[in-house]
Design a protein. Structure first.
Length: 292
């Protein structure tokens, strides 16, 4: 098989706050090279790099807001987030947990730091990824998958190199617990110092990785520092990563592009402007349900 080379290494763009609880680097589509079109089926990648929140009496976060036409995937690395939605879904995402929410035909939700985390304060590190839904599934009823750290399937690498956690998709015959509408691979690679892992994805898939901890060496030739994102070329299938100097944690994502028109406006991602306007109208009419 052919090596998949790096197309671009991207340093974290200047952070901005989402509500008052999420200090994120907006990689997709904030960085010109990472447009929704190029990153299809991934629409947004917001990365809250490790950031200390002091103790507070008021929970920080984002109040009630709608979504329609895609899925939000939240991965908690440090800190805890509480979530509630208008379909009755909800819960707390603790360190190592993943929440996979299908907004589908319309949902209201709110996302706040969990009560104890708010009281005690602490380091917070999180990724929120938006995965687009194909046109035929944009009307799917809202759905909520809570995948706890214990439920995430783990592939132990040979020779004590570390562990690849499979959130979605498949890694060397280990299948992720998340159900997805299209082919999406989402892995957390925990590499020990010097530990190495190799990956293989189809050429047509959009493939990238985000270094969450440590520094890595890609394809034995290029060093990538913490909080940096690597976009891979489509050409080639195989690449390797290795932890340099210390343990490393890497989020690996690869998904099959939908290749459908993208009409994105705020919290709605549809296929045409007309559908987006309809979504605003439905939201204003109260068709997304009710959430206090
Ligand atoms: Mn949201």
């Amino acid at each position: 098989m052919k090596t998949k080379n790096i197309e671009k290494i991207i340093k974290p763009p200047a952070p901005h706050f989402v509500g008052n609880g999420f200090r994120v680097h907006g990689f997709i589509p904030g960085v010109p090279e990472l447009s929704m079109r190029r990153m299809d089926p991934f629409l947004i990648l917001d990365y809250n790099s490790t950031y200390y929140f002091p103790p507070s009496d008021e929970p920080r976060g984002v109040g009630v807001h709608p979504h329609k036409g895609f899925e939000t995937v939240t991965l908690a690395y440090k800190g805890s987030v509480a979530h509630h939605d208008s379909s009755g879904g909800g819960g707390v995402i603790h360190e190592g947990d993943v929440q996979w929410m299908t907004a589908g035909n319309g949902i209201l939700h709110k996302e706040y730091h969990e009560e104890n985390f708010t009281k005690n304060g602490g380091d917070f590190q999180m990724v929120q990824l938006w995965v687009n839904l194909p046109a035929k599934d944009k009307t799917h009823p809202p759905k909520y998958q809570s995948i706890t750290a214990e439920e995430i399937k783990k592939h132990i690498l040979d020779n004590d190199n570390g562990v690849v956690e499979v959130v979605a998709g498949e890694y060397k015959n280990t299948k992720g617990a998340a159900s997805t509408f299209t082919s999406v691979n989402l892995f957390n690679a925990n590499l020990k110092k010097g530990g190495k892992a190799d990956f293989s994805f189809p050429e047509e898939f959009t493939t990238a990785l985000l270094v969450l901890e440590g520094e890595i060496l890609v394809n034995n030739k290029k060093n990538v520092k913490t909080d940096h994102l690597v976009l891979f070329e489509n050409e080639g299938e195989d690449f390797s990563i290795q932890a340099v100097n210390e343990n490393a944690l890497v989020l690996v994502l690869s998904g099959k592009p939908l290749r459908e028109p993208i009409a994105a406006h705020g919290p709605f991602v549809m296929n045409s402007k007309k559908e987006v306007l309809q979504a605003f109208e439905d939201f204003n009419m109260g068709k997304f349900g009710y959430l206090e």
